[in-house]
Ligand binder design. Structure first.
Ligand SMILES: [Zn+2]
Length: 412
């Protein structure tokens, strides 16, 4: 059975502290998500006001195949604010944990069930499909979750959303809890994971394994606090993990992920960490001698999945952990031959350079370093012959970053 991605970049993603998309950015992100094949988008909160509603209406008008959802509190005015926006779905959210029922809304279980019974019907009368959002479900009594699902089904909802609002679940508990819910209810079950413990993707996959109908994601994992399950991680994991559980279950082409991640990073004003899995700049870059040697012998020695799936490729760089052969090869490609002893010297120079600069040198910088190093050797020979003539020690005038390198080059 296919798994529906319900992407909430434009709702929960924009709730990231300090992130605000312009209407144009929201429209462009929605268009891109539709183009890459995301079937459902949660696009905003109508109760936020006229400006938010206007953008939501523009988004629904611009999409052709992707369905749209609004996020609402379980409140009649929030539902009425959806009028005229062309939405397919509404998520009606209500706390279900003792903590939030008591200390956020000051209500008990009976009132929660009664509000669900009433408001699901209000939303249905507005022509919307209804998902009942069970806020803080991970801290709820499972028996009460079943009651909520039962009431939602009776009232005419199509789906319940299990929100791990605080990101406190692990994959094992998630699989067990979602399995129980899927077995109990005839409704679609949707997983909403947060990443406070770094487990949002794992919990999302666990929910899929347990039979969840749909899962919430955000591009680059944007969202409250540590964010939501990243779209790119969930889609790529489903593509790559070959246990027969996930493959072919999501109709989104992974080759489109880097572009959508860049687009959202720019709109969010949040750059992607270099080492962020799948889309980080350096995740297919190799330096260590053992790995580079292994990759050159056969890519699959050190390749979990082919970066070409993402339109990317392996990159080899030089650094502190480079082997001699990699250094010689790169220099040869630049027209410079290093013998064994020069290469050994240059390894130390490289290590010192990266320790000082905290990044790999570009090929141009490698050439510069090699030339500098060779020049120092030449200078040294020159100085030695001059010293012999003048019987005095030479003076050194090296730029700061190269001072240590020059000393090493001269054998100190
Ligand atoms: Zn959330």
């Amino acid at each position: 059975m296919a798994v529906i991605i319900n992407d909430t970049t434009l709702r929960d993603g924009e709730q990231t502290a300090g992130v605000a998309f312009t209407p144009e950015e929201k429209l462009a992100i929605a268009a891109k998500l539709e183009a890459v094949g995301v079937p459902e988008l949660e696009i905003g909160i109508p109760a936020m006001g006229a400006r938010e509603r206007e953008v939501m209406g523009a988004i629904t008008a611009s999409l052709t195949t992707t369905q749209t959802m609004a996020w609402c509190r379980m409140v009649a005015d929030d539902i009425y604010a959806c009028r005229g926006l062309g939405l397919d779905w509404v998520d009606l959210s209500i706390p279900v944990s003792p903590q939030q029922m008591q200390h956020k809304l000051g209500i008990g279980r009976a009132e929660v069930l009664s509000r669900i019974q009433h408001h699901v019907r209000v939303a249905l009368d507005e022509g919307l499909k209804v998902c009942v959002g069970m806020e803080d479900a991970s801290r709820a009594d499972p028996a009460f979750l079943y009651q909520v699902a039962e009431q939602a089904e009776l009232a005419g909802a199509s789906r319940v959303r299990f929100a791990d609002t605080l990101g406190i679940l692990d994959p094992f508990t998630t699989e067990e809890t979602i399995s129980g819910l899927v077995d109990y209810t005839g409704l679609q079950v949707e997983m909403h994971a947060h990443n406070d413990l770094g487990l949002a993707t794992a919990n999302t996959l666990a929910a899929i394994t347990a039979g969840a109908h749909s899962v919430n994601t955000t591009v680059n994992g944007l969202g409250e606090r540590a964010g939501n399950a990243p779209l790119e991680e969930v889609v790529m994991a489903m593509e790559v993990i070959r246990q027969g559980r996930y493959r072919g279950k999501v109709g989104i082409s992974v080759s489109t992920l880097p572009e959508i991640c860049d687009q959202v990073a720019a709109a969010a004003g949040r750059s992607i960490c270099q080492q962020k899995c799948i889309v980080g700049q350096n995740v297919f870059t190799h330096e260590s001698g053992i790995h580079v040697d292994g990759l050159l012998k056969h890519p699959e020695n050190y390749q979990g999945f082919d970066p070409a799936l993402l339109g990317r490729q392996h990159a080899l760089v030089l650094g502190k952990h480079s082997g001699k052969q990699a250094i010689k090869n790169l220099c040869l490609a630049q027209g410079i031959y290093l013998d064994d002893s020069q290469c050994e010297h240059f390894r130390t120079i490289l290590a010192l350079w990266v320790e000082a600069n905290k990044h790999s040198p570009s090929p141009e910088q490698v050439v510069e370093l090699v030339k500098h190093h060779l020049k120092e050797n030449l200078k040294k020979q020159e100085q030695e012959s001059r010293s012999e003539r003048l019987k005095v020690l030479p003076q050194c005038h090296h730029p700061r970053n190269h001072a240590g390198l020059a000393n090493i080059a001269e054998g100190e």
